[in-house]
Design a protein around this ligand. Structure first.
Ligand SMILES: Nc1ncnc2c1ncn2[C@@H]1O[C@H](COP(=O)(O)OP(=O)(O)OP(=O)(O)O)[C@@H](O)[C@H]1O
Length: 371
């Protein structure tokens, strides 16, 4: 089976060098997702040839950097008669009893126009059909002539767009296992970033199990990249936090998480931290508290959900398959405790000094898993 894969429009706008890099990363990601086949670039598109007709090409709809793809039939000819005959052979059955339209595209120089192809193939298929309607057809027939090759197809399957995972560097994701952080992870992957997952385990085996189930869903979108997960023993941190006033514990815990993420960035050469925070969603996510939480952190902090409503986040979580696991995660008391809406920076920094948390040690004691 042969498939034409169209990269996201954004990739075509890059300089030739960046474009080549992006396309090579995309090719690798496609190869790792499909697990084999021959794959090559050809004038703005990628062609994939797989021997097995049952190959799971549907998986391409979860590879970032793909705008759309189509299974095609190809002939090595750009002769108008050959094209019309082949179109009749392939599509007579498909237009049967249907209103159809032929769309043609050409790259290279030919003795005919795209309109000639549309007219001639349209005439040849007309007797089999219920008629032609260029505005609202029931079936669209596509004929793409690329120099000496001609490709025929009638399905255009949407890809997820975005950029190929791997082109934008690594980000350490603070991954709770709740609804939001898996969506934030997905959005960073959509922009080409490889996530390094940092989870503070606050709920033992059940928490770990749900986090891994969510990551298994996200893995499908990773373009074959392995996901590295650091699971920190939350109890170690809790013991320390018991020294802090109850109402400040949430922001303090968040700060410990950010500081640990900062350390993990250093160790893994990641260039940013990502969280699932959305402005004012809960008291620890007020602007004033976010300021205190991230104060002095050396790396940019990305919050792809900052302007999203909960319902919008839930819609994406359902689409990417993490929602059904996230909703099973109980609220853990240290996090659900109400925070002050505006923590005092100096107080928090004083507490931090007093607690003297060893972030290096936290990471050393974490469990590392690769999916
Ligand atoms: N146990 C945890 N381990 C790692 N990161 C966490 C943890 N808890 C929270 N975070 C980070 O802090 C962000 C905000 O968490 P919080 O619990 O305040 O809000 P939330 O809306 O419930 O987030 P989520 O739905 O992602 O759990 C999370 O999106 C995540 O990035």
């Amino acid at each position: 089976m042969l498939v034409i894969i169209r990269p996201s429009g954004e990739i075509a706008l890059k300089s030739p060098r960046s474009r080549r890099n992006f396309e090579y990363t995309l090719i690798n990601n496609i190869r790792n997702t499909i697990g084999g086949g021959k794959i090559w670039r050809s004038q703005g598109v990628i062609l994939l040839e797989v021997n097995d007709n049952n190959a799971n090409i549907e998986a391409l709809s979860e590879v970032f950097g793909i705008s759309s793809f189509s299974p095609v039939i190809a002939i090595k000819s750009n002769n108008l008669e050959d094209i019309v005959n082949k179109a009749k052979e392939i599509f007579a059955e498909i237009v049967k009893g249907k209103i159809f339209a032929v769309r043609a595209k050409r790259i290279g120089s030919h003795s005919f126009t795209s309109l000639d192809v549309e007219r001639r193939a349209g005439e040849a298929l007309y007797p089999y059909s219920k008629g032609v309607d260029l505005e609202n057809p029931e079936v669209e027939i596509f004929i793409e002539i690329r120099n000496e090759m001609t490709y025929f197809y009638h399905k255009v399957i949407k890809g997820p767009k975005g950029l190929p995972v791997g082109v934008a560097g690594k980000t350490v994701v603070l991954f709770s296992g709740g609804i939001d952080s898996p969506v934030a992870t997905w959005m960073m992957m959509k922009r080409g970033s490889v996530p390094i997952i940092l989870n503070f385990n606050l709920g033992g085996d059940l928490h770990k199990e749900l986090v891994l189930k969510e990551l298994n869903m996200l893995k499908r979108w990773s373009g074959g990249h392995k996901l590295k997960i650091f699971i920190v023993k939350g109890t170690d941190v809790f013991i320390k936090l018991s020294q802090v006033e109850r109402r400040s514990r949430v922001v303090m815990l968040k700060r410990v998480m950010y500081k640990t993420a900062e350390k993990l960035c250093e160790k893994t050469n990641a260039k940013s931290i990502t969280t699932g925070e959305s402005l004012s969603q809960v008291s620890s996510q007020t602007m004033a508290n976010l300021y205190v939480t991230e104060y002095g952190i050396k790396y940019p902090i990305f919050r792809p959900l900052i302007g999203f409503d909960k319902e919008e986040i839930v819609d994406i979580a359902r689409k990417i398959g993490t929602y059904k696991h996230s909703i099973k995660l109980p609220e853990y008391c240290a996090i659900s405790t109400k925070a002050r809406t505006s923590e005092d920076l100096n107080e928090i920094l004083k507490n931090e000094e007093r607690l003297n948390v060893d972030y290096e040690k936290i990471l050393e004691n974490s469990e590392v898993i690769e999916l």
